[in-house]
Ligand binder design. Structure first.
Ligand code: NDP
Length: 344
C-alpha cells in the first residue's frame, strides 16, 4: 500500500426527485501503489456536469448508473504522482475520468496527456473539452445553421449553450440565448456577443422570445425542455432542426406534468412544419469530428470569437452543494471544482 489517502464523494443513496446533500457521503480510503501500466493521479480540477444526475438514478439510460456506495463518476484534470506507464512521466497533466476523489489509480491508456502551455488546464473539461465538443458536434451535424438563419439555445451562459450561440454566429447565423436572470443575460449579450438574450424567469418570457425572433426559429438547440421548449415550439419555422442535447429542467422530475396530453399537438407540429428532431450523445461524433473541433475551437479562442466563463468552486467537500445548485442555475459558467492546486 502507498501512503496516499484519497478523499472521495460516494453516492450514499439514490434520490427520488430532487436530490439533496444526504444523497452523498464523504469517505477516505488508502490508495494502493500503481501496478504495471497504471498511474497514481492527484486531482486538480473535477468537472461537474448535468449528466451526473442521470448516473445517480437506476433508470435505464445510455450509460450505467453509479452504484450506491461507489465514487461519483466524472472527468478530471489530474497530475501524475507516480507512473508505471512507459508513455507518461510523473508530473504530467492528464484528462482522466477518475471521478469525485482527490487521488485515483487509473490505467495509463485511459487518459489523455494535456499540454499546460496550450490553454488553461481547466478548459480541458470545458470549452476545449466535452461540453465544447457537444456544442460543436450537435450544432454543426444536426442543427446545420445557415447564414442569416436564427438559432435559439437555453442555458446560454453555460459551457454548451455559450459555445452553441457563438459558433452559430461564426457560421453567419443570428443567435438568441435564453438564460436565468439579468446578469446571465447581460453576459450572454454583451460579453459573448449573442444578438439577443432573454430571461426565462421573466413573467412575459414567451412574448419577449417572440419579439426577439422576428423571422422565426430555424434551429432550436434543446438543452432544457419544459416551459422554455413550450415557448419555442410555436415560433419554429418550416424545416426547423432541433438537436436534442439535454433536458436539464426535467432531470429531477418524479411524476408526469399535469394537464392535457400535449404529445398529439407536438406530433402535429412535427408533421406540418416538417421538423427534424434528432437526439444525440456527443460521444457518437468523437471519431468523425473531434480533431476538427480541437483545431477550430483553438483558433476561435485565439481570435476572440469563442469566449468562455468558468465557475470555480474550491474544495472537493463542496462538490455536492455545487452540483445540486447547477441543476437550478446557481452556476455562472462552466462549473469545476478545484480539488487541489495546479502545482503541488
Ligand atoms: P450548464 O452549466 O449550463 O448548467 C445547466 C444550466 O441549465 C443551469 O445553469 C441553468 O441555467 C439551466 N437550467 C436549469 N434549470 C432550468 C430550467 N428549469 N429552465 C431553463 N434553464 C434551466 O450545463 P451544460 O452546459 O454542461 O449542459 C447543458 C445541457 O447539455 C444539459 O441539459 C446537459 O445535460 C446537456 N449535455 C448533453 C450532452 C450530450 O452529449 N447530449 C453532453 C453535455 C451536456 P440558467 O440559470 O441560465 O437557467
Amino acid at each position: 500500500m502507498s501512503a496516499v489517502t484519497s478523499t472521495r464523494v460516494v453516492l450514499a443513496a439514490r434520490p427520488h426527485g430532487e436530490p439533496t446533500t444526504d444523497n452523498f457521503r464523504i469517505e477516505t480510503a488508502q490508495v494502493p501503489s500503481p501496478a504495471d501500466g497504471q498511474l497514481l493521479l492527484r486531482t486538480v480540477y473535477l468537472s461537474l456536469d448535468p449528466y451526473m444526475r442521470g448516473r445517480m438514478s437506476a433508470a435505464e439510460s445510455y450509460a450505467e448508473p453509479v452504484e450506491v456506495g461507489d465514487t461519483m463518476v466524472g472527468a478530471t484534470v489530474s497530475q501524475v504522482v507516480e507512473s508505471r506507464s512507459p508513455r507518461i512521466e510523473p508530473g504530467a497533466y492528464v484528462l482522466a475520468y477518475s471521478g469525485w476523489q482527490s487521488h485515483a489509480l487509473v490505467d495509463g491508456n485511459a487518459v489523455r496527456v494535456l499540454d499546460p502551455d496550450r490553454a488553461p488546464l481547466s478548459t480541458a473539461v470545458g470549452v476545449l473539452g466535452m461540453p465544447g465538443f457537444t456544442a460543436y458536434s450537435g450544432l454543426l451535424k444536426i442543427g446545420r445553421p445557415q447564414p442569416g438563419e436564427t438559432v435559439v439555445v437555453a442555458a446560454a451562459s453555460g459551457p454548451v449553450g455559450s459555445a452553441v450561440g457563438q459558433i452559430a454566429r461564426i457560421r453567419g447565423a443570428r443567435a438568441v440565448g435564453i438564460a436565468g436572470g439579468p446578469d446571465k443575460c447581460a453576459f450572454v449579450r454583451d460579453e459573448l456577443g449573442f444578438d439577443a438574450a432573454i430571461d426565462h424567469r421573466a413573467p412575459d418570457f414567451a412574448e419577449q422570445l417572440k419579439a426577439a425572433v422576428p423571422d422565426g426559429i430555424d434551429v432550436y438547440f434543446e438543452n432544457v425542455g419544459g416551459a422554455v421548449t413550450a415557448a419555442v415550439l410555436p415560433l419554429l419555422n418550416l424545416y426547423a432542426r432541433i438537436p436534442v442535447c439535454g433536458l436539464v429542467s426535467q432531470y429531477n422530475a418524479a411524476s408526469m406534468p399535469e394537464g392535457p396530453d400535449r404529445l398529439p399537438g407536438f406530433m402535429g407540429l412535427v408533421l406540418t412544419k416538417s421538423l427534424t428532431i434528432r437526439g444525440f450523445i456527443q460521444s457518437e461524433f468523437v471519431q468523425a469530428m473531434y480533431a476538427d473541433f480541437e483545431r477550430d475551437a483553438t483558433r476561435w479562442i485565439g481570435e476572440g470569437s469563442l469566449k468562455y466563463r468558468e465557475d470555480v468552486v474550491d474544495g472537493l467537500e463542496n462538490a455536492p452543494t455545487a452540483f445540486l445548485g447547477m441543476l437550478h442555475g446557481k452556476n455562472f459558467g462552466k462549473l469545476v471544482v478545484r480539488v487541489g492546486p495546479e502545482r503541488a
